[in-house]
Write a protein that binds this ligand. Structure first.
Ligand SMILES: CC(C)(COP(=O)(O)OP(=O)(O)OC[C@H]1O[C@@H](n2cnc3c(N)ncnc32)[C@H](O)[C@@H]1OP(=O)(O)O)[C@@H](O)C(=O)NCCC(=O)NCCS
Length: 108
């Protein structure tokens, strides 16, 4: 994501195809430069990406894995239309991941 007058990217956001509990899912990721935080960019980007997935990959759930203390990331996931799926929470690479998913995603 870029702002027209600024050459450096503000950050990035996208989907990665993964298997989660042996099922194909789209993993939502986002990361923005600290100087760009708090301007709604992550929310705008994640909302657009989740909308794209609904239109083009409707059978694939979108999941976001968020560290429990990452308040901004939780807000981005919710604003993008995902809901908490605590039954899917699990250990990630560096600690517990809380899972957010498109409504109606896998129950296990
Ligand atoms: C998480 C991240 C992408 C948010 O980017 P951002 O552009 O600042 O997000 P937005 O401006 O769209 O704000 C999203 C929400 O987070 C809130 N927020 C932003 N910074 C916050 C902070 N430091 N503490 C608490 N809430 C914060 C905003 O108020 C907003 O909440 P609202 O929807 O209730 O108004 C950014 O902080 C980041 O890149 N962090 C490092 C990488 C990371 O953690 N990625 C996610 C991995 S799961």
């Amino acid at each position: 994501m870029r702002r027209h007058e600024v050459p450096a990217p503000l950050g990035f956001c996208g989907l990665k195809e993964l298997r989660f509990d042996e099922r194909p899912i789209l993993n939502l990721f986002y990361r923005f430069a600290p100087a760009a935080w708090g301007n709604g960019y992550a929310t705008e980007a994640a909302t657009s990406v989740v909308g794209w997935a609904a239109a083009h990959q409707p059978d694939r759930p979108v999941l976001a894995r968020v560290r429990p203390d990452n308040t901004a990331s939780h807000r981005v996931a919710v604003r993008a239309g995902l809901v908490r799926a605590p039954h899917l929470d699990r250990a990630g690479f560096d600690g517990l991941d809380w899972i957010y998913a498109t409504p109606g995603s896998p129950s296990r």
